[in-house]
Ligand binder design. Structure first.
Ligand code: GDP
Length: 365
């Protein structure tokens, strides 16, 4: 399954945020693997649509979908040269599918900053430079191999060479591979290179608790947002320390805490949703049986493979999928009204699943 890796300089609040994630996840009833890997935190994906479906098509229970965060400890300046266990960290980043880049955006004289002052852009660039240098090294290595092969009639080598030559100058200028536009063929090649700066990134400003009610007022957050926008990346603000406290509270206390802070929902929920989206994950629902349940699929998944997420038999014996969109159910309020309106669709094996589909699979056993 896909995972988002939490990355950042030391002392910016990564562990605090990861603790908030695992504490929120620890409350999950159905996750028996929670303690297997201490670096992996499982979270439920908060989704209001589940409650609405449950209201309209009641079942015995509601089951949210889940996904994983991976905690990647302390990257430092010099990591790409192997300092501070650098290579291991870079290897760990290579294993994740998206990067959640935590940046310190709070002042606190009691918390040491590795470079002596709070400067979000400088921090971001320190990390991105390490990742970029590691990529440049990988690209150079690859180049020397491919250049030789491309001299002959090797078409694949020629195609890869062109891609590497497109990437190299961007890295040399301190840019990230994710900012380069590639066509479909090129994208396949890039994927095979497993470059760190080609992974999608979400910038998370760890703001002060005082800024929770109005993150936009934080100058640090504004700087981070601006930087992210230039990379076509998203930035969100959370107050990690407060989130860790919130994650430990029961529902009633949680509501009080949030009301006192002047916010509608935990920042963790926004982080989870943004990371889910970053990974290219979407949700379909099953309803009408014992459970109202959310399921995760990768954008672009076709109906039989989606059925296979529930059970391999469903994929093997797939006949068709009866599909209505959440939006239609929400508006028309009953499955029969959706059907009467001609909005209950029978989809075949080429159907590409859409976020918010409510599905019943038909299959042979
Ligand atoms: P890591 O090295 O990035 O994992 O950072 P930690 O999560 O260990 O946090 C470093 C220190 O900063 C700890 O003492 C935290 O309690 C503190 N810290 C984390 N988040 C916040 C925050 O939002 N505000 C303040 N004031 N301190 C924080």
């Amino acid at each position: 399954s896909l995972t988002a890796g939490i990355v950042g300089l030391p002392n910016v609040g990564k562990s605090t945020l990861f603790n908030a994630i695992t504490k929120a996840g620890a409350e999950m009833a159905n996750y028996p693997f929670a303690t297997i890997d201490p670096n992996v935190g499982m979270v439920e994906v908060p989704d209001d649509r589940l409650d609405r479906i449950q209201e309209l098509i009641p079942a015995d229970k509601v089951v949210p979908t889940t996904f994983e965060f991976t905690d990647i400890a302390g990257i430092v300046k010099g990591a790409s040269k192997g300092e501070g266990l650098g290579n291991k960290f870079l290897e760990n980043i290579r294993q994740v599918d998206a990067i959640v880049h935590v940046v310190r955006a709070f002042d606190d004289d009691n918390i040491t900053h590795v470079s002596g002052k709070v400067d979000p852009i400088d921090d971001i660039e320190t990390i991105n430079l390490e990742l970029g240098m590691a990529d440049l090294e990988a690209v150079d290595k690859r180049l020397s191999k491919v250049q030789r092969a491309a001299k002959g009639n090797d078409k694949d080598a020629k195609a890869e060479l062109a891609v590497l030559e497109k990437i190299k100058p961007v890295l040399e200028a301190g840019g990230a591979v994710r900012t380069i536009e590639f066509d479909e063929e090129e994208q396949k090649i890039v994927k095979g290179l497993f470059l760190l700066t080609s992974k999608p990134v979400l910038y998370v400003a760890n703001i002060a608790e005082d800024d929770m009610a109005d993150p936009e007022a934080s100058e640090y957050f504004q700087q981070i947002k601006e930087y992210a926008a230039k990379e076509n990346a998203e930035a969100i603000a959370v107050a990690a320390e407060a989130e860790e406290e919130i994650a430990e509270l029961d529902d009633a206390d949680k509501a009080d805490f949030l009301a006192a802070e002047g916010v509608e929902e935990p920042g963790l929920n926004r982080l989870i949703r943004a990371s889910y989206k970053l990974l290219g994950l979407q949700t379909f629902f099953t309803a009408g049986g014992k459970e109202t349940k959310a399921w995760t699929f990768k954008a672009g998944t076709k109906a039989p493979q989606a059925a296979g997420i529930i059970h391999s038999d469903f994929e093997r014996g797939f006949i068709r999928a009866e599909v209505m969109s959440f939006t239609d159910l929400d508006e028309l309020e009953t499955p029969s009204a959706v059907k009467e309106a001609g909005k209950l669709r029978s989809e075949g094996k080429e159907y590409v699943m859409q976020d918010g589909d409510i599905v019943e699979f038909r299959f042979n056993v």
